[in-house]
Design a protein around this ligand. Structure first.
Ligand SMILES: [Zn+2]
Length: 88
């Protein structure tokens, strides 16, 4: 059996495009590096930082990671693919 991709001639690559979901802003998360506890993700970066400060006050844990992420939709934008997702 060969390693790597699918057998030649059976599949072909098509073009996909990622688009940020416009109704959803970037989300922010605070994470404790000591116990891996994390805040609920929020649109407000100050809320994620506040979670870290509250967690520090409760636990005396001192290392934190603040991160942000964005939600995307993936859609086929290949002109050779019809609306039903079939190759034309
Ligand atoms: Zn912690």
């Amino acid at each position: 059996m060969s390693e790597g991709g699918p057998p030649p001639g059976r599949y072909r690559q098509i073009l996909w495009t990622l688009t940020a979901i416009p109704a959803i802003d970037a989300r922010h998360v605070g994470k404790c590096l000591t116990c891996s506890d994390r805040s609920v993700d929020t649109a407000d970066p100050d809320e994620a930082q506040m979670w870290c400060l509250k967690h520090a006050g409760l636990t005396r844990h001192t290392g934190y990671e603040l991160s942000a992420f964005q939600l995307f939709n993936a859609a086929i934008t290949d002109p050779s693919v019809g609306e039903a997702g079939l190759l034309m």
